[in-house]
Design a protein. Structure first.
Length: 261
């Protein structure tokens, strides 16, 4: 009716509450835990970003070395410093390495190289049962250690090796892994790579190595500073005969197929 006074706000029904006002009423004061952790949140964010950046960097480097020759390794650098001179290394492409040398290296260091994805579970189990008296590192693990990491037995290095090994296996072919292994492995004091080793010990190129010479080179790999391929001890001679037989076995049973051996 005309002249009727409007109803008061309290008589017009419930007032609508905006989300902002609701949040303002329901927000609570920071807990003691929140107040204690607040100064460290930036550290958590920084640590996460740093870890993510390192992962990306590692992936880029692994991908790069899949097609580019690694310029050097930590072992070469440290050995050069120790000797007070540059080390000897000549890169050899797969076609410049005798197939028997590739088979010999695999027979000596990782007979199941073509069958695993970076870790040889059977070899690890055998090493555990032997109480750690025998090694279980695959060629893939040794490549990761030699190319990307350093030579020690720390848990940090082993942990990084465990992460990078399957990544390297996924990114590189088996032939590429073996190629890099034979080119960065130390065969004598300051002598790195199979081409330099072939010239150093026998005066031939890596492509011209005989089965006996290849087996001797593979026999010195675990301890290049104490074993000699040109003046082999009785132990090295016995080991070389075993490696030569093993190289022939993996050729016949197909375990050398993945790297063209």
């Amino acid at each position: 009716m005309a002249g009727e006074k409007p109803k008061s706000t309290s008589q017009q029904g419930p007032r609508l509450t905006t989300p902002k006002a609701k949040r303002a009423r329901t927000s609570k004061a920071p807990s003691v835990v929140d107040r204690v952790l607040a100064p460290y949140r930036w550290l958590v964010r920084w640590s996460f970003r740093t870890a993510l950046g390192l992962v990306v960097l590692a992936l880029l480097i692994v991908g790069l070395f899949g097609i580019v020759t690694p310029p050097t390794t930590h072992t070469m650098w440290s050995e050069g410093r120790r000797l007070g001179s540059s080390v000897t290394q000549v890169w050899a492409d797969p076609e410049a390495i005798a197939p028997v040398m590739m088979r010999s290296a695999v027979a000596a260091e990782d007979a199941n190289f073509c069958l695993h994805w970076g870790f040889d579970v059977d070899a690890i189990q055998a090493a555990i049962e032997a109480g750690g008296a025998r090694g279980a590192s695959t060629i893939s693990q040794q490549v990761v250690k030699n190319v990307f990491l350093w030579q020690d037995r720390s848990w940090l290095r082993k942990g990084m090796e465990a992460v990078l090994t399957p990544v390297t296996e996924a990114a590189w072919s088996k032939q590429r892994i073996l190629e890099i292994y034979l080119n960065v492995a130390e065969f004598d004091e300051g002598v790195f790579g199979v081409q330099a080793a072939a010239r150093h010990y026998f005066g031939v190129d890596a492509a011209d190595l005989s089965a006996s010479q290849a087996a001797r080179l593979a026999a010195v790999l675990p301890s290049p500073k104490t074993r000699s391929a040109s003046r082999p001890s009785n132990f090295v001679e016995r080991r070389a005969r075993q490696i030569r037989a093993g190289a022939e076995t993996i050729r016949q049973d197909g375990r050398a197929a993945c790297f063209g051996g």
